[in-house]
Ligand binder design. Structure first.
Ligand code: TXA
Ligand code: MG
Length: 339
C-alpha cells in the first residue's frame, strides 16, 4: 500500500520533497489532475514511473518546474533555460499569459537533460502548475537539487486520470509505501489535463485540448493555432482510445439517447446514464446529471466516470457535449473514453 500524507500536515511537503530527492515516487496534486511525480534528472526514478504506469517508455512525460520569484518575461525565460534549447517569442508570450497554470508547452530540448523523461524526443514538455501544493513541493524539491519533476497523470496506462488522492491509491494499490507517497491536496479544481501546445515547429500546434482554449491561445500570442497532424510526435493522451473506464462508454445526442433507452424499456440494466438533459429510464438505471457549465463538467468528469464504473455497470451512456470551444476538452476526453 502507498503512504498517504495530508499536504497541510506540518512536514508533509518536506517529506515529499525528500522522497523525490531519494529517487522515489510522489502522488502530486495539481490544478488539473494528480501526477505520478519523480526527479526528471534521475533515470532510475523516471524508469519507475514508466513501470508503475505500464506506459511504453517512448511516450514522453511532462517536466514540471517551480515558479520563478517574479513573473516577468526574463524570469520565465530563465526558468525554462535549463531545459529548453530555444524559446520562440510566441511561447514566451504563452508562458506570460498562462503560467503558472494548466498549459503545457513543448519546446526544443537541451540534449543533455531529461532524455529518458522525454521518451527519446528531441523536444521536452514543460509546465509550471498553479496548484499551491504542487508549487510548494516543486520549490522544496528544487532546494534539494531536483530541478524538474517528471509527472504523467497518476493512472495506469490507458485508464481514467485521477482527480483525488483516493483515485491515485486505487491505481497503485500494489506499490510499496517506500516507493509511493501520496500527497493529499483535495480534489483537483480543473479536472482534465493541461492544454498541450507544441511550440517546436514555428507555430503553435494544439496536441491536446484542455481548459485553456485554442481561442485563448490565439488571443495571447497573436498566431493561429494549428490542429495536430500525422507528423506530430506520439502523445498517449492523443491516442484514439484512452481515459477508458472498464464499462463500455457510448456517446449520443439527447434525443437518440432517449430513443435507445425507450427501446430497452424495462430490460435496461447494468447500465448508467450521464446526461445534461433529464431522461426517462428504467428504475434499475443509475443516472447522473452532467453540469451545463463546461468547466464544472470538466471538474467532475473523471470522478463521475470512476464512480459509475465502480458500481459494476457494463455500459455508460453519455449525452454528447455541446459544440463550442469551451467544451473541446470534455468532448475530447469523452470521445477517447468511448473509442
Ligand atoms: O495536466 C497535466 O498535463 C497532467 C498533470 C499531472 O500535470 N499531466 C499529464 O501527463 O497529463 P500525461 O503524461 O498523462 O500526458 C502528457 C501528454 C502525453 O500525451 C504525452 O505523450 C505528451 O503530453 N507529451 C509529453 N512530451 C511530449 C513531447 N515532447 N512531444 C509531444 N508530446 C509530448
Ligand atoms: Mg495521462
Amino acid at each position: 500500500m502507498a503512504r498517504f500524507l495530508n499536504a497541510s500536515t506540518p512536514g508533509a511537503i518536506d517529506a515529499a520533497a525528500q522522497q523525490l530527492a531519494a529517487g522515489q515516487l510522489v502522488g502530486m496534486p495539481t490544478e488539473t489532475v494528480y501526477g505520478l511525480a519523480a526527479d526528471a534528472g534521475n533515470a532510475s526514478a523516471v524508469r519507475r514511473i514508466f513501470e508503475a504506469k505500464g506506459r511504453p517508455s517512448d511516450h514522453p512525460l511532462i517536466v514540471h518546474i517551480a515558479p520563478p520569484a517574479s513573473a516577468d518575461a526574463a524570469s520565465w525565460r530563465a526558468a525554462v533555460a535549463p531545459f529548453a534549447r530555444d524559446l520562440p517569442d510566441f511561447a514566451s508570450a504563452l508562458m506570460r499569459a498562462f503560467w503558472p497554470g494548466p498549459l503545457t508547452l513543448i519546446l526544443p530540448r537541451r540534449p543533455e537533460v531529461a532524455a529518458l523523461a522525454a521518451g527519446g524526443q528531441d523536444t521536452l514538455a514543460l509546465r509550471c502548475p498553479s496548484h499551491p501544493v504542487a508549487q510548494s513541493l516543486l520549490r522544496a524539491a528544487q532546494a534539494r537539487g531536483v530541478a524538474g519533476v517528471a509527472a504523467p497523470s497518476a493512472n495506469r496506462f490507458g485508464r481514467v486520470s485521477p482527480t483525488t488522492a483516493a483515485h491515485v491509491a486505487e491505481e497503485f494499490a500494489a506499490l510499496d509505501d517506500e516507493v509511493l507517497l501520496i500527497l493529499d491536496g483535495g480534489a483537483c479544481p480543473v479536472g482534465i489535463e493541461s492544454t498541450l501546445i507544441d511550440c517546436s515547429r514555428g507555430r503553435p500546434v494544439l496536441l491536446r485540448p484542455g481548459s485553456i482554449t485554442a481561442a485563448q491561445i490565439e488571443a495571447a500570442c497573436g498566431l493561429a493555432v494549428r490542429e495536430r497532424d500525422a507528423a506530430a510526435p506520439r502523445a498517449s493522451g492523443t491516442l484514439a482510445s484512452h481515459y477508458a473506464p472498464r464499462a463500455t462508454v457510448r456517446l449520443m445526442p439527447a434525443l437518440q439517447l432517449q430513443a435507445a433507452l425507450d427501446l430497452l424499456g424495462a430490460d435496461a440494466k447494468n447500465m448508467a446514464v450521464y446526461a445534461r438533459h433529464a431522461v426517462r429510464t428504467a428504475r434499475a438505471v443509475s443516472q447522473r446529471r452532467m453540469p451545463d457549465d463546461a468547466q464544472q463538467a470538466a471538474q467532475e468528469l473523471f470522478a463521475v466516470l470512476r464512480e459509475l464504473d465502480a458500481t459494476g455497470v457494463r455500459l455508460i451512456w453519455v449525452e454528447t457535449p455541446p459544440d463550442g470551444l469551451a467544451w473541446d476538452g470534455v468532448r475530447d476526453r469523452l470521445q477517447r473514453a468511448a473509442a
